[in-house]
Design a protein around this ligand. Structure first.
Ligand SMILES: [Mg+2]
Length: 122
């Protein structure tokens, strides 16, 4: 069984790029475009990791992560944030929302794969 990654990203070009990279690595990928959709899918779906864009329409990636952490069986689900913010105070704020790691855009293939592998050891 391949690990299943949920990608939360409102920019279709980024979703496509990330899916392409992760599928090439043998992961199953599901993409949603909002935090609301992410939370709905988590109610029924089984995912091994979430790749979370922080800047989303509607509720932000930080708020989605906070809500995920309030759900008892999802407290340890790996969440990796994607952000365009390079500012350290903003990065601290993102990390304090409960994400496990943080990647800055533009997306770097190697860094993305390396980070995901850290959480999804076969
Ligand atoms: Mg975005």
């Amino acid at each position: 069984m391949n690990a299943h990654i949920l990608v939360v990203e409102d920019n279709p070009d980024n979703s496509k790029l990330v899916s392409w990279i992760l599928e090439d690595e043998g992961y199953d990928v599901t993409c949603v475009e909002s935090g609301e959709r992410c939370l709905t899918l988590l109610e029924k779906g089984d995912f091994d990791l979430i790749l979370m864009d922080i800047s989303l329409p509607g509720i932000s990636g930080k708020e989605v992560t906070r809500r995920i952490r309030q759900i008892p069986h999802l407290q340890k689900l790996p969440v990796v944030a994607l952000t365009a913010h390079a500012i350290e105070t903003e990065q601290q704020s993102i990390l304090s929302s409960g994400v496990d790691d943080l990647l800055t855009k533009p997306i770097n293939d190697d860094q993305l794969v390396k980070t995901i592998r850290k959480f999804l050891q076969a």
